[in-house]
Write a protein that binds this ligand. Structure first.
Ligand SMILES: [Zn+2]
Length: 381
């Protein structure tokens, strides 16, 4: 398998390698696709291969070029990202020149994390825009000769974050490519780029990763235990970055709360359920709420799978799952799953979160405890 540092994406790797072998790698490439599927990782690997002193299809990872790229400190490979701005800044200043020491340190720390893990999601406070300064710096650097005769590579990560001035400056660079420079733009929001930029780049669409690819990578690279890797992979919606973030303990706590919620919805202690629902409204954002509902869904799906004798995601919860299946033999699980799905789409659109959760509790009761909801409701007796 080529480029083992990039997870999956075989079709893209083969297309890039075959273009390279025949000397047809374009001057401008656009890697687009969902967050966390390996666009930056592929761009960095391609830069490695182009710059590697051995000149093979695989980067050797030991030559001085490969080593410099390992720390993202290669003189002929620029990695451009959104940066904070300083009020004193002029468009021709070096991108970091006028930033405070603390800001510069934050940028360097985030870049070091990205260097160590190309799937890392860079987050720098107040850095929402790729500045014109960064794009001008590309033009300046590109007019200088490289340290050898190989191509210079510029990666613009999250290219949709360019503001208008930066995008228009980039357009000029694309119209008159300076020297032998290869530009790689990566984005999860292709539609946010100017059509004139899109038309000058050769586009590569990155697919979502398969659960199995994510699971394997979590075990191999992150040392995750198989059960946890399985759970994170299922919840990550094809994004390795998301899966890595899901490995932390918070997810395990949320999983326990998800089970409490299901028990609360099916039990008779209304007060407990109300308290839980109050708690959900405090989950920090929509993403966290959706993640929580996904955990509810995974448990219910496991229960359904187990009742048909299949293999479950939450292998370590097998005792809870068995007792659930035994306790609710008449449950309409497909309906319950559909109810959770509906709640997920409501959370994404709806502002009154507590109501969404309360409604879900009522619906789960109806689906899983046939007859119970009607008996409890005085209005229907
Ligand atoms: Zn090398």
């Amino acid at each position: 398998m080529s480029w083992p540092h990039v997870i999956g994406q075989q079709r893209i790797k083969e297309a890039l390698l075959s273009a390279r072998r025949s000397g047809r790698l374009p001057h401008a490439l656009l890697f687009y696709g969902a967050e966390g599927v390996g666009k930056d990782a592929t761009a960095l690997e391609l830069a490695r291969v182009i710059r590697c002193e051995r000149g093979q299809d695989e980067a050797c990872r030991v030559c001085s070029s490969c080593l410099r790229l390992d720390s993202l400190q290669h003189p002929d490979v620029q990695f451009v990202i959104a940066l904070p701005r300083s009020p004193q800044e002029r468009e021709d200043d070096e991108p970091l020149a006028k930033l405070s020491e603390a800001d510069v340190r934050a940028v360097q720390e985030e870049l070091a994390r990205k260097a160590a893990n190309p799937y890392y999601r860079i987050e720098i406070a107040k850095a929402n825009v790729i500045k014109i300064n960064s794009i001008r710096a590309i033009r300046r650097e590109s007019s200088m000769s490289t340290t050898d005769n190989r191509r210079r590579v510029v990666i613009i990560s999250g290219a949709d974050a360019m503001n208008d001035a930066a995008a228009n400056t980039l357009l000029k660079t694309l119209e008159e490519p300076p020297g032998d420079t290869m530009l790689i733009l990566t984005t999860a929001h292709r539609d946010a780029l100017l059509p004139t930029i899109l038309s000058r780049c050769q586009s590569f669409r990155f697919d979502l990763l398969a659960d199995e690819e994510i699971r394997g990578a979590l075990i191999e690279r992150d040392g995750a235990d198989p059960a946890r890797a399985e759970l994170a992979a299922r919840l990550a919606n094809g994004s390795y970055t998301r899966a890595q973030e899901l490995l932390d303990d918070e997810v395990m706590q949320q999983r326990a709360r998800a089970l409490d919620f299901i028990r609360g919805a099916l039990g008779n202690r209304t007060i407990d359920l109300i308290e839980q629902i109050e708690g959900f409204a405090e989950l920090k954002d929509r993403d966290a709420q959706v993640r929580f509902l996904n955990l509810v869904m995974v448990f219910l799906r496991d229960a359904m799978v187990l009742s048909h004798g299949g293999s479950v995601v939450n292998v370590d919860q097998i005792a809870d799952l068995r007792s659930f299946v035994e306790k609710f033999p008449g449950a309409d699980m497909p309906r319950a799953l559909l109810d959770v799905e509906k709640s997920i789409s409501l959370v994404e659109r709806y502002t009154y979160i507590k109501l969404v959760f309360a409604q879900l509790a009522v619906r789960l009761r109806r689906a899983i405890l046939p007859g119970a909801a009607q008996q409890k409701s005085p209005a229907k007796s």
